[in-house]
Design a protein around this ligand. Sequence first.
Ligand code: SAM
Length: 382
Amino acid sequence: MNDRAAFQVLVLPYRQTAQGTEFALFRRADADCWQGVAGGGEAGKSPLQAARRETAEEAGLPHPACRTGLRSALPVRGRTPPCTATLLLASQGSTTSKETGMPLDSTGKISFDHIYAEPDPRSFFGTLGQVDYLIPQLAKPYFSKLIEEYRAERGVAEPTVLDVGCSYGVNAVLQRCNVTIDQLYDYYTGPDVLALDHEALLAADRGRVRSHAGTEDIRFIGLDNSGPALAYAQSAGFIDATIHADLEQDDPTPEQQDLLDGVDLVISTGCVGYVTDKTIARVAHGSRPWMAHFVLRMFSYDPVAARLAELGYQSAGVDGVFRQRRFASAEEQTQILDKLSSAGVDPEGLETDGWLYAQLYISRPAGAATELATVMNAVSPS
Ligand SMILES: C[S@@+](CC[C@H](N)C(=O)[O-])C[C@H]1O[C@@H](n2cnc3c(N)ncnc32)[C@H](O)[C@@H]1O
């Protein structure tokens, strides 16, 4: 018999469908109640390992990808000796990290897809804070400079900025409100904010934006394929309008094209890779906006630059590399190092040291991208 450990797991299996997220609940044979997959831990095994074993045994999912939804375990009442329970979510990922149990995407990166589709940004910040996701903060002064240059050259007082893959609108919040990404991590993972219900969280975020009213001279449109993230970002006032679309698959609707036709600048962090030249070309098609994309070194910008060149764009890289986030596990690092070597990118002293790095690319129509990239070289990183 296995030695019991002083913890239990409660697992909620789920799957994403076209209608949204479906959770599996089980009716107990011995009592008139419903519950997730539940079970006790074994000594020497982690809650993730216990969750995978119980889910495989009880729900018949042979290789579930499990992850914790909460940062800390909850006490189980009435147990002696004291015992805690960890709540986990499980899905049937095709490839999972052996270390973390989280799904790996087709590029070998840990897949964070689940955190982009929740009704509010708390999981987003709770999860990405653990891997020191920094890129929006590092990008901020570059986006500010791009907007300043555009204003000066085009004489547009209130430019419209499209954030591709905006998620909960982090790039807009950093531009609009006087906060850093570290402050956002602290805020959204603090016990007081974790205890708020949805409406109270929204009200607090609206207050954050209101308190910066008057400094707004940028209109933000968010483009994402996650409806919940866009809905939150717009309700909170982080962004002004949304384009809920997957432009990898579909052309924009006429209403979406109207919005795209008014875009002056396009920015992105952490999104090229999820989206390709297909999305960027569809976005560029209408108004030929200027663009700045922070792109992980494992992805090439060449296909985007080539597609944009057909639309009259020139593209150029900005000097330097930018820390995106830490690797989530040694296994993820190994996969990405392999991917970089097959792409002919030397990871020595960069990704070998435990961080994923991005590069900044500028694209603008009718030439002068190199000059604009040179101006961006003078920006002091934040
Ligand atoms: C790594 S997150 C980056 C979020 C944000 N830009 C940031 O840096 O905090 C990637 C985002 O791309 C979105 N995304 C993934 N595939 C997409 C697609 N085909 N079209 C639009 N957005 C997509 C995801 O929903 C997610 O919000």
